[in-house]
Design a protein around this ligand. Structure first.
Ligand code: SF4
Length: 143
């Protein structure tokens, strides 16, 4: 669980896209509050690193769709029957698209700007997001 004293935040690949377009929508208030907190830290901190993963991350920790079993990490996404499998594929697609690797630790503000620039250059990147329910909001943001 991320707190401000930490210098590393765990982020799954496809959430590199989600954090670009977040507009306050989410699964419950805890989830939304946590998203704002993490995005603010990513944008404002010069010494924060993102640990890039293809599994549940510091965003999932506050999501009602993540497994709630205590002391078992990483959690698993149970949003739909195949969501963890499908989202891991999406994570890997995004990680590959930005020439990153699972396990990489990279400056948060650097990767945030990299993704922002690449999205503007390549609208096809949203094909990666497939049937995500938030895609309409993201695409509108980057038109
Ligand atoms: S829906 Fe799944 S991948 Fe998305 S934040 Fe919730 S647990 Fe994580």
């Amino acid at each position: 669980m991320y707190n401000q004293k930490q210098k590393t935040m765990k982020i799954r690949g496809h959430h590199l896209l989600c954090i670009q377009s977040f507009k306050g929508f989410g699964y419950n208030q805890d989830f939304i509050d946590n998203m704002y907190k993490l995005i603010d830290a990513i944008k404002s901190s010069n010494d924060l690193f993102l640990h890039i993963v293809a599994e549940c991350d510091d965003i999932c920790l506050y999501c009602p769709h993540a497994t709630s079993t205590k002391n078992i990490f990483p959690k698993i996404c149970l949003k739909d029957d195949n969501s963890e499998i499908e989202l891991r594929k999406m994570d890997l697609n995004v990680i590959n698209r930005f020439n990153l690797s699972v396990g990489t630790k990279i400056k948060a503000n650097k990767v945030f700007k990299l993704v922002q620039t690449e999205i503007r250059k390549d609208k096809d990147i949203f094909k990666i997001c497939g049937s995500c329910k938030w895609i309409g909001i993201c695409i509108n943001k980057h038109k």
